[in-house]
Every structure is written in structure tokens, then in C-alpha cells.
Ligand binder design. Structure first.
Ligand code: NAD
Length: 308
């Protein structure tokens, strides 16, 4: 079978989903961008007498997210007209929109059970031959595909973009045991030639390559900071512009990634290691507290820094 990506679907319109959708639109690929319905009305919606069933409310998440794409500076969309290539929708009742796409990329919350329950639904509606991938930061690709149909298994793999997707060149591609060699080859070439990425093939080990090293480095840095009393400003200075990185490799990065997502990613390795190796992946208690407080980073307006 000759593969081609004429249209794609991005499931999840958070930090990464909206960025990936923008990247696809920037290279001329139409995208359906779906996310879950809001579970409660905002004050404004209540005042207008709307209900959760109203269409304007049901599309709030996805629509809100693409509007944000235009406002972000530097804008992830290279031209305003590219926004027309992104069609927002609702993950719960617009799944039939997946029937005419060639590639579905799942970019929802980093949780195996939540992702698996979405794949079960996708398996029922996707047409045979549609490529499905996950943007997971490090959950097992083989665990994700368990229980799925043979055709789904052949067309499933990990495509791990880095944040922000428009600027960061790395794309880790992780095949499952079931992935057909021609699908792996096609996606690797597509990643390099059309997405403009540097593709690295990774094995299905916890957090693959980049996040295994990256999470380790960040957590060791946090421990050293606490043990030696370094300040956030000091650490960010010596891991940032002063040594040639555009921002900081530590706290500003954590804010951009999202503290909740980082905690899931650290826990993924923690749960699959033991002894001395495991200790490093136990994120410090103060970060758990920050997440409980809703200080998730740039996406919630406050993390280690207040969003300007
Ligand atoms: P995010 O929190 O910004 O967005 C997650 C989105 O998933 C939300 O919009 C949420 O509404 C949606 N969602 C859909 N169905 C859901 C459900 N049933 N339960 C909960 N949420 C649901 O997260 P993100 O940073 O965009 O991460 C998404 C994926 O990409 C994760 O797998 C993450 O590990 C991975 N990733 C993140 C980064 C990063 O820097 N943030 C980098 C690479 C990969």
C-alpha cells in the first residue's frame, strides 16, 4: 500500500496538540483538531443562558485553542490564513470526522488507560490503512496497542514531537512490535521530508531516549538545587542564555512543558524502575504541591514564573 498524508486529525488541543496542528497547517496539511467537551459552563456562558449541550459551548475547548494559536508570540502559525486549514471539533461526538483522514495523532493527557480507551473508540471508526500514532512522552507503545485490531496494530506507532513543535527539530519515532515495516519507513521519510524534522528511531523503553535522559537531568538538577540552596534564578542563568541556550534548560523549560505533564513523565520511569535508579525519578514534594495548586506552568498562567 502506498501511503500519503493528505489530511490529518490531531486529538487533544492542549500545549502539544495545538502546536502540532499548527505545524501541519503551516506545511499545507488540513487538520481536524478535536478535544473533550467542557464539563462546566463559564460565568459568561451561564449569564447568556447557554447549556452544556449548546454547540458553541461544546466546541469551546478546541475553538479556544485555535484562537490562542493566533495570539501566541511568536505565532505558531506562519500565516494567518493557515488557520483556515484547522477545523476544530469535539472528541466525544465528532469521531466520524476521522473517517477521511490519513493520519490520526493522539495528543491527550499522559495516561495509559485514558489513551487506551480513546484508541478503542478510534478502532471502531477509522478506515483501514489509516495511520495512528501517539505523541506520548514515554508510555509503552506496545502497551497502548494491546487489544486493538490487526489493522490498527500494523498502522500504530509513537511519533514523539518536542515542545514547541514548530521550532524543535527532533522527532522520535517508536515502532510497536505490531507496526508494519512499510508504515515505519513511510512515517520516518514523511517526518524528515515533509515535517522537516530530524527523525531518531527509538526502542519502546520507558520514556524512550530523549525524555529518559532529559527527565533524569531535570530531576538531578532539582535535587542539587535543594541540597545546595541554589536559587531558581541562578539555576536558570547557568542552564540558559549564558551558555548558549535560548531560554533556560530548567525552570522555564518545566513551565513550557507543563508541571502536570512532567510529573506524569517522571512517574512513568519511576513505576518501571527500582532501587537506586528509581530514587532519581521520584519528583520532589514541592512540585506535587504546585500541581495540586494548579500552578501548571505557562498553560495555567503560573508555574515557577508568572506568565507575562
Ligand atoms: P495538555 O495538558 O496541554 O493537553 C492535554 C489535552 O488532552 C487537554 O486539552 C485535554 O482536554 C485533552 N484530553 C482529551 N481527552 C481527555 C481525557 N479523557 N482526559 C483528560 N484530558 C483529555 O498536555 P500536553 O502537554 O499537550 O501533552 C499531551 C501529550 O503530549 C501527552 O502524552 C504528553 O506526554 C505529550 N508531550 C508533551 C510535551 C510537553 O512539553 N508538554 C512534549 C512532548 C510530548
Amino acid at each position: 500500500m502506498a501511503y500519503q498524508i493528505r489530511k490529518a486529525a490531531v486529538l487533544g488541543s492542549g500545549v502539544m496538540g495545538s502546536g502540532i496542528a499548527a505545524h501541519l497547517a503551516n506545511i499545507g496539511i488540513p487538520v481536524v483538531l478535536l478535544d473533550i467537551v467542557p464539563r462546566e459552563l463559564s460565568k459568561k456562558e451561564q449569564a447568556k443562558g447557554l447549556t452544556l449541550e449548546d454547540k458553541v459551548v461544546r466546541n469551546r475547548l478546541a475553538t479556544g485553542s485555535i484562537q490562542k494559536l493566533l495570539k501566541q508570540k511568536p505565532a505558531p502559525l506562519t500565516a494567518k490564513k493557515n488557520l483556515q486549514l484547522i477545523t476544530p471539533g469535539n472528541l466525544e461526538d465528532d469521531l466520524e470526522k476521522l473517517q477521511d483522514v490519513d493520519w490520526i495523532i493522539e495528543v491527550i493527557v499522559e495516561n495509559l488507560d485514558v489513551k487506551k480507551s480513546l484508541y478503542e473508540k478510534i478502532d471502531k471508526v477509522r478506515k483501514e490503512g489509516t495511520i495512528v500514532s501517539s505523541n506520548t512522552s514515554g508510555i509503552s507503545i506496545n502497551a497502548m496497542v494491546e487489544g486493538r485490531s490487526e489493522d490498527f496494530g500494523k498502522h500504530f506507532l509513537g511519533t514523539h514531537f518536542f515542545n514547541p513543535p514548530r521550532y524543535l527539530k527532533l522527532l522520535e519515532i517508536i515502532p510497536a512490535k505490531t507496526t508494519a515495516p512499510e508504515v515505519l519507513e513511510f512515517m520516518s521519510t514523511f517526518g524528515e521530508d515533509q515535517l522537516g524534522k530530524g527523525v531518531v528511531l527509538a526502542k519502546d523503553t520507558p520514556n524512550f531516549i530523549a525524555n529518559r535522559i532529559g527527565t533524569y537531568g531535570l530531576l538531578v538538577t532539582l535535587r542539587e538545587m535543594m541540597a545546595r540552596g541554589y536559587s531558581i534564578g541562578e539555576v536558570d542563568s547557568v542552564t540558559g542564555p549564558l551558555i548558549g541556550r535560548p531560554k533556560s534548560a530548567t525552570f522555564r523549560t518545566l513551565d513550557v512543558v507543563g508541571l502536570d505533564t512532567f510529573m506524569h513523565v517522571a512517574k512513568n520511569v519511576y513505576d518501571q524502575t527500582s532501587g537506586e535508579e528509581q530514587k532519581v525519578f521520584d519528583a520532589p514534594a514541592f512540585m506535587k504541591k504546585m500541581v495540586e495548586n494548579g500552578w501548571l506552568g505557562a498553560k495555567s498562567g503560573q508555574g515557577f514564573f508568572l506568565k507575562k
